[in-house]
Ligand binder design. Structure first.
Ligand code: FES
Ligand SMILES: [Fe+2]
Length: 441
């Protein structure tokens, strides 16, 4: 349980709030890189409560610029992106990617008015198929983009499989990612003998948790002891400020990203990669990626484009109005919820808490240890930044993000961090060897 003050501090991300200032110390994943063409139509985005236009100039530089023109406040969305700048459609004022006003064609040529004018325009950077934005101080000298392994491997070794807007606060989604014991319930099928298409089945619903703070956040191992004396371990990382890396398999390492759009909306990116091997199947050419990206594992089909809104094409049809596609026959006979897949199941429960969950009314148990620890780390880091300018974890160290998760059966009593550490921190590309089979699944 949190106090109201702690809950506000944890969830609010606007400029000037402690968590909003913490978020502004990191590069934020903002769009896919292919959405921004040089000299193409600017895209409406919203991040940390700020309405911005994402665009790319003639030379390919990406920028995230204030939506409203400083002249008489019209939206630059309708402007012309041409010849190294974005020109307002109202009276032709033009701005470069750094926010400098470079032309004011309705003012006398003798005027130097334009030289005095600069607008908010944040730096963009391309990495791993995503265009990132840095909205923090010292725009001239930002930290490095986090060096996740998926951005460093060849493109055929990574796959973007999900992307959609969550209609709830970012922290609800992050907490869902770190909450290990919900999976056998929310994502489960009713009986072991039923078709796995209705969800996983785990006989052992209780796990022992081992949590370790790290320089980038934390890692936790959930141990389920098996009848054969071995233990099934699921190891998950939380990386500041909003990354959840749930357990990998020998086939792929996954990452879930939850970027705050504002206090009530969140942009989710789901992706996966392998350090050395090509990922098979579901590879989409860019032209079909918007249609395809959520269909394999994600949120299902889209709502019609919400013209005029931020991220207008990325609103899923699944939502409270469609009951997240819950099918009552399936719920009665086969799956725990009747909701079609993992992403929709997570979204249904996380959105159902309301736009910002009231954490003054919750009742947490021992299974919530990771959620509790993560909140404490975030709150402490936001306070430390506000009080004495302490940089939050990982913000100055992009190389810390080269991390992998794991799920594996280890011999009973084996020290999990010792056994899994070389894989976690990319000291080896060999997946940790299983001591035996997983049982009771
Ligand atoms: S409102 Fe943009 S140039 Fe006048
Ligand atoms: Fe889940």
């Amino acid at each position: 349980m949190l106090t109201q003050e702690e809950n506000d501090l944890l969830c609010q991300v606007g400029a000037g709030t402690p968590m909003g200032e913490l978020m502004r110390r990191y590069w934020l994943p903002a769009t896919y890189d292919w959405e921004l063409e040089p000299d193409g139509q600017p895209q409406r985005v919203k991040l940390l409560g700020e309405d911005l236009l994402a665009w790319r100039d003639s030379s390919g530089n990406a920028a995230f610029t204030q939506n409203l023109c400083p002249h008489r406040g019209a939206s630059l969305y309708f402007g012309r992106n041409e010849e190294e700048g974005l020109r307002c459609a109202y009276h032709g004022w033009k701005f470069d990617v750094d926010g400098n006003c470079v032309d004011m064609p309705n003012e006398p040529s003798t005027s130097n008015f334009k030289n005095k004018l600069k607008i908010t325009s944040y730096k963009g950077a391309d990495f791993g198929g995503i265009t990132w934005v840095y909205m923090g101080p010292d725009q001239e000298n930002p930290p490095g983009v986090p060096q996740f392994e998926w951005g460093l491997v060849p493109e055929v070794q990574r796959r973007h499989y999900a992307r959609f807007i969550y209609e709830c606060n970012w922290m609800q989604a992050v907490e869902g990612e770190l909450d290990s014991t919900h999976a056998p319930f929310l994502h489960g099928r009713l009986r072991m003998e039923d078709d796995p298409k209705y969800g996983g089945y785990t006989a052992e619903k209780i796990a022992d948790f081992y949590i370790q703070n790290t320089d980038y956040g934390l890692v936790y191992g959930a141990e389920r002891k098996q009848a054969d004396g071995n233990s099934y371990w699921r190891a998950t990382h939380f990386l500041f400020p909003f990354y959840g890396m749930f357990p990998a398999t020998p086939i792929k390492v996954p990452l879930s990203i939850y970027v705050p759009i504002d206090d009530h909306y969140t942009m989710h990116f789901g992706l996966e990669w392998h350090p050395t091997k090509e990922l098979k199947g579901n590879r989409w050419p860019v032209e079909t990626m918007h249609e395809a990206v959520n269909l394999s594992l994600g949120s299902g089909p889209w709502k019609p484009e919400k013209k005029g809104m931020f991220y207008s094409k990325w609103w899923p049809e699944m939502s409270p109005e469609t009951d997240f596609h819950m099918d009552l026959e399936t719920k009665k006979n086969f799956s725990y919820t009747g909701i079609p897949n993992v992403r929709q199941q997570d979204a249904a429960l996380e959105w159902s808490m309301g736009p910002i969950m009231d954490r003054t009314k919750e009742h947490l148990g021992t299974a919530d240890a990771t959620v509790i620890r993560t909140r404490r780390l975030l709150i402490a880091a936001a306070r430390a930044l506000a009080e004495d300018g302490t940089p939050p974890p990982g913000s100055q160290n992009p190389e810390l993000y080269k991390v992998r998760s794991c799920s594996v059966v280890l011999a009973g009593g084996e020290e999990w961090l010792e056994a899994l550490g070389p894989w976690f921190y990319a000291k080896t590309d060999e997946y940790p060897e299983a001591a035996g089979a997983m049982t009771g699944q």
